[in-house]
Write a protein that binds this ligand. Structure first.
Ligand code: NI
Ligand code: MN
Length: 224
């Protein structure tokens, strides 16, 4: 399985015919090194919550690729208005797909969708455990530290993507505790340094965490 960090919280997961994209914040992220044109054959898009830096280019990419969008019920309803293919699920639910299994996890955060002057209800924010070909990837979404993460230890996660940037999510010290709860084989930091409010040094996270932390540069991939 190939995992590529596209910057912020955008992750590309590739395994055989499966090309899953999580929180595709591409065109709006000046640090992102690819464009939406580079994302071809995307079979699935996972959206953790309704904030703009996570919904990102979902509508555009889903239209071009006929991708199935997997997200919570409320955000799924929002995307349905664009005549896009969606699969709604919700916190705590696990479902089988043709590529494997997906569980939605909870997150301590918001999920409102900004639409010009209005705020559309985006339900509860979440994260995903995406299981493909025997490998489990946890994408925490945007979240504060929660003791519920301790339950994820039982999932035997292979790779956990955790936010470390603070202000809107866990900072480094809380992410160190989260990593300790989850006990994933590999932890990859995300949601830092995209803008000033979430400045964090991933090397400090790597040094403080007891887990095996791998820092991925933007557009860097790893094989697991
Ligand atoms: Ni957010
Ligand atoms: Mn965010």
């Amino acid at each position: 399985m190939k995992l590529t960090f596209l910057g912020h919280s955008a992750i590309l997961i590739e395994e055989g015919n499966f090309k899953g994209l999580v929180d595709p914040f591409i065109s709006g992220n000046p640090l992102c090194k690819i464009t939406v044109d580079d994302l071809v054959g995307i079979t699935h898009i996972f959206v953790t919550h309704g904030h703009g830096d996570h919904i990102g280019d979902t509508v555009d990419i889903a239209r071009r690729n006929q991708s199935l969008i997997i997200t919570n019920h409320e955000i799924s309803m929002y995307f349905s208005k664009f005549k896009l293919r969606t699969h709604a699920m919700h916190i705590g639910g696990r479902t089988k797909f043709d590529f494997g299994r997906v569980k939605m996890t909870n997150a301590l955060h918001g999920s409102g969708i900004s639409d010009k002057d209005n705020m559309i209800c985006g339900g509860n924010p979440g994260g995903f455990i995406i299981e493909v070909n025997g490998k489990k990837i946890y994408h925490a979404g945007d979240t504060g530290l929660t003791y519920d993460m301790k339950l994820l230890e039982d999932e035997k996660i292979d790779v956990a993507f955790l936010p470390i940037g603070g202000n809107y999510t866990m900072d480094i010290d809380d992410a160190v505790k989260a990593a300790d709860f989850i006990k994933a084989k590999i932890v990859v930091p995300m949601h830092y340094n995209t803008f000033g409010l979430i400045t964090a040094d991933p090397e400090i996270f790597k040094n403080k965490a007891a887990s095996n932390v791998i820092i991925l540069d933007i557009n860097e991939s790893m094989i697991v």
